[in-house]
Design a protein around this ligand. Structure first.
Ligand code: 3HC
Ligand code: NAI
Length: 686
């Protein structure tokens, strides 16, 4: 039973119970229509409360139904039935009223909510627009300007703000059911508000549409849905209700079948699957209530801030008293930045800073639940840190390394109780970036691995399990990106044309701009280590740039030149000359933007396939999350693996065959050929 009806005197209570989030499946839509008919016919009922069981109000349409043909009753008709009911319906909201859930609430005569509830139309995040009157009723209720913000931004608002906007009629403190029944009892018999569909849209301020269009286009870049959502709100504000509804529905159905919506749905489900790896089902994580970070540099300070933001007390250990002060200053600089950007008030920043205790000895760590090491990338320094932690910390304390490239198995040699050790690979800036690669060693206990995943949830991060190899998932693929970028400039492209092509593909910056921002020296250090291991990393131009100390923005020159105090990359004659020397004897050609993107993205897919085959990543979708949340791969493309599947793996293999025949990429690996024959990466899983 998805819907049950109870009677409290003259008020009927319709309870939706469709776990986990009361999504509007076909069965629920039908049950709501049936409930309207039953209560319309019941003369004893004077008002109706619509409330939900479980953790939330209706959280939207059932996203699982989006790949299939829509089945009646369609949601706009359900909302119209509620709006046209003979008794006033009161939506009683807790948790989230999102998408179709808010649209159902807009069909009700009244909306009441607990103060902790949130309300929103997040459809644009799924590559669609509201499809059941959200863009049409909302401007009629709260005005076009506020509707534009809610619909095109996709972010929900809290109940208090919603009340201020006129979206919520009353806040209910205490028991929602009892409060909503009392509210319904009060309004029963009084004049019912005019249905939203019959109201006129309040006048629009001059220039609203033009300003909104510019702002939405700038933010959305190549994402289609936000501008289409804006167009629908505009139509709703200019046209009659019925034609605005038809326009909205048409746009909704068109976008629902689009490639961007499929990609964004893929990411939605990948993000929900990643935190729960099947191997950890039923495992209770070790509890983490306090934390310490060793090393207060770029990463350590960011990790300390991330831990504090999640409410954990933090000890920050550095080498000596001066370094402790520098480390604390690094954390403070992060909070100063957050205050400056209006992300948090000063008082919150002060409170968080007060919870970071700096020290240059380990005595404070005797009872700490989790210690994350973020010292120099040097195995001897790291081992010495863990030897000391082995002496001081409780035997069940979780010990983690934030190494980028070193082998966590090797770092943990000598650690007492090695089952409590794992890699937690944060991305810079660690208090901002959503990705956390979680790297178990051969000895990591399941409850320690589970603690890593639980920590990610606490920190609001997306956890991805990664196996041990050089660079784990993300940085291993990054090495291929960089090598491909060099191959391109050695065969006729320029750094600026490569960067422009990757921006056009949807990345926030191209590979050369990114190297200049992060510094070329770190990768050079890795290549040196790789060569010492007998490997032959390909970076002839980057090696020459490092040899003349062109490390990027920090040395006023890298792949580009920079004017003092100006981060705008300017093409460099010196770099062009080096490229020309290194390219001597290589065939040169013209590169179109799309070909450049292929020559970078498809070799990434090839390496990612190896990563999947070696079980360094457990699922293709995990690799997509790594690239989206750690490296800015466009979300609306679904990540490289989804992109490759959507394009067709046979076509991907064909392009790679052509590139490799010209010496411009590695040939497609066996796994990729097999996946192409089978029609998808799922052939490689398990
Ligand atoms: N449809 C189907 N399943 C959904 C769903 C939806 N709209 N929303 C969440 N789920 C599923 C998740 O996949 C997950 O399933 P699993 O347990 O099998 O992995 C489960 O519900 C729990 O989800 P979360 O882990 O995200 O739970 P949280 O408690 O952290 O968050 C939430 C709850 C805030 C409701 C969050 O799930 C959410 O934001 N959901 C999406 C809401 C949304 O986008 N709604 C709009 C849909 S489009 C629409 O309504 C179109 C309309 O205009 C016609
Ligand atoms: P950093 O050089 O900015 O900071 C390292 C800090 O460790 C310094 O403040 C130093 O004083 C301190 N330190 C060194 N030895 C110590 C010891 N024995 N005890 C206490 N403190 C000590 O380096 P960064 O960039 O923060 O990197 C730290 C680790 O994080 C490295 O392993 C690196 O590979 C990894 N990493 C770096 C990323 C980045 O983008 N910078 C991203 C992800 C991981």
């Amino acid at each position: 039973m998805t819907v049950t009806i109870a009677r409290e005197d003259t008020v009927a209570v319709v309870t939706v119970d469709n776990p986990p989030v009361n999504a509007l499946s076909q069965a629920l839509r039908q049950a709501l229509v049936d409930a309207v008919a039953e209560l319309d016919a019941d003369a004893a009922v004077r008002a109706v409360v619509l409330i939900c069981a479980g953790r939330t109000f209706i959280a939207g349409a059932d996203v699982n139904e989006f790949g299939k043909p829509p089945q009646p009753p369609h949601l706009p008709d359900v909302v119209a039935r509620i709006e046209g009911a003979r008794k006033p319906w009161v939506a009683a909201i807790h948790g989230s009223a999102l998408g179709g859930g808010l649209e159902v609430a807009l069909g009700c005569a009244y909306r009441v909510a607990v103060p902790s509830a949130s309300l929103g139309l997040p459809e644009v995040r799924l590559g669609i627009i509201p499809g059941a009157g959200g863009t049409v009723r909302l401007p009629r209720l709260i005005g076009p300007a506020a509707a534009v913000d809610l619909v095109t931004g996709g972010s929900p608002v809290g109940a208090r703000k919603a009340e201020g906007l006129g979206l919520v009629d009353a806040l209910i403190d205490g028991d929602l059911r009892a409060g909503a029944i009392a509210f319904a009892g009060d309004i029963a018999g009084k004049p019912v508000p005019q249905p939203i569909s019959e109201r006129v849209v309040p006048p629009v301020e001059a220039g609203l549409w033009e300003t909104a269009e510019k702002a939405v286009a700038a933010k959305a870049k190549r994402e289609v849905a936000p501008l289409r959502a804006l167009a629908s709100v505009r139509r709703a504000s200019e046209a009659d209700f019925a034609s605005a509804m038809a326009f909205e529905r048409e746009t909704f159905l068109e976008l629902r079948g689009s490639a961007q919506a499929a990609a964004l749905r893929h990411v939605f489900f990948a993000e929900r699957a990643a935190p729960r790896p099947p191997e950890l089902a039923g495992i209770t994580p070790r509890a983490i209530r306090s934390a310490a970070v060793i090393g207060g540099g770029t990463m350590g300070a960011g990790i300390a801030a991330a831990l504090r933001d999640a409410g954990l007390p933090v000890v920050l250990i550095e080498r000596d008293k001066d370094a402790v002060e520098r480390g604390l200053a690094n954390v403070r600089a992060i909070y100063d930045g957050s205050v400056k950007r209006n992300r948090i008030p000063q008082a919150v920043a002060d409170e968080r800073m007060a919870g970071v205790v700096g020290a240059d000895d380990y005595d404070l760590l005797a009872d700490t639940d989790l210690v994350i090491e973020a010292v120099f990338e040097d195995i001897d320094v790291k081992r010495a840190v863990f030897a000391r932690l082995s002496e001081i910390c409780r035997p069940d304390a979780v010990l983690a390394t934030n190494t980028s490239y070193l082998d966590p198995n090797a770092i943990s040699e000598g650690v007492r109780h090695p089952e409590r050790f794992l890699g937690l690979h944060f991305f810079s800036p660690a208090h901002v970036m959503k990705l956390l690669e979680i790297v178990p060693t051969d000895a990591t206990a399941p409850e320690v691995l589970a603690a890593g995943f639980a920590l990610a949830r606490q920190l609001g991060k997306i956890p991805v399990r990664a196996g041990i190899c050089d660079g784990f998932i993300g940085n291993r693929i990054l090495k291929v990106t960089r090598a491909q970028a060099e191959r391109l400039v050695l065969s006729g492209a320029t750094p600026a044309s490569v960067d422009a092509a990757m921006r056009a593909f949807g990345l926030p910056m191209g590979p050369f701009e990114a190297q200049d921002l992060g510094g070329l020296d770190i990768a050079a250090f890795q290549r040196k280590a790789a060569r010492a291991r007998g490997e032959t990393p390909f970076a002839p131009v980057a090696d020459r740039l490092c040899a003349i100390e062109r490390f990027g923005q920090k040395s006023a020159g890298g792949w580009y030149d920079y004017q003092p105090g100006d981060r705008t990359p300017k093409p460099s004659d010196a770099v062009a000359a080096i490229i020309a020397e290194e390219a001597a004897g290589r065939p040169q050609r013209r590169w179109e933007e799309a070909e450049i993107a292929d020559a970078i993205v498809l070799p990434m897919v090839n390496e990612a396939t190896r990563i999947l085959e070696e079980r360094v990543a457990l699922r293709a979708a995990d690799i997509d999350l790594v690239k989206i949340h750690g490296y800015g791969f466009p979300r609306w493309r679904g990540g490289p693996m989804h992109y490759a599947e959507a394009r067709g793996l046979a076509a991907v293999v064909a392009v790679l065959d052509r590139l490799s025949a010209d010496g411009l990429a590695e040939p497609p690996c066996e796994g990729l050929r097999r996946a192409a024959e089978a029609g998808g990466f799922s052939a490689l899983a398990g």
